[in-house]
Design a binder for this molecule. Sequence first.
Ligand code: VGL
Ligand code: ZN
Length: 197
Amino acid sequence: MQDKARMLRKHDALIIVDVQNDFLPGGALGVPEGAAVIPALNRCVAAFHKHGLPIFATRDWHPANHCSFRARGGPWPPHCVAGSSGAEFAPTLALPPDACIISKGTGVEADAYSGFDRTELAAQLQVRRCQRVFVGGLATDYCVRATALDAVRAGLETVVLADAVRAVDVHPGDGERALAELRQQGVHLEQSADVCR
Ligand code: VGL
Ligand code: ZN
């Protein structure tokens, strides 16, 4: 992307994906180096706030008997149970009070990796007339991937903040493969410092 095209402008929005305690090292489903996304995202929060641009934060918000949990035959340990401390946003994530919180995976029988899946996100972006979204958070190979792909499908110009994402890497290379796939699908990859200044 050209230098000028990277600059924040009207109709941009920030989407912070699942920066919750359970996805940080030590959490129930800790992402390696997960906390490294926080300083980069905080810089972006400050820049979007300064420009008066909307900030969305998605959160995994599961019932205690969620279908994605191993006890129910799913792939994951219990994580991000609604109302638990593990489901809270990372305490060092500097979300402004007017950030729009999007809860997902709230039903017992359906998982949702994408912030667009059975949520208000698309409608909220639409009422704010957003045309371009910048996406960062956790995890590259699951919820960031799914959210960015749905953003492209929704017709939004989509930028993933490459230094503001980290992967679970259940299989080594999953994160890198996800980024390659995103690029192939038309997602731009940018460094947060080049965008958020
Ligand atoms: C996620 C695994 C299970 C994510 C959520 O936020 O990437 N990963 N639930
Ligand atoms: Zn989950």
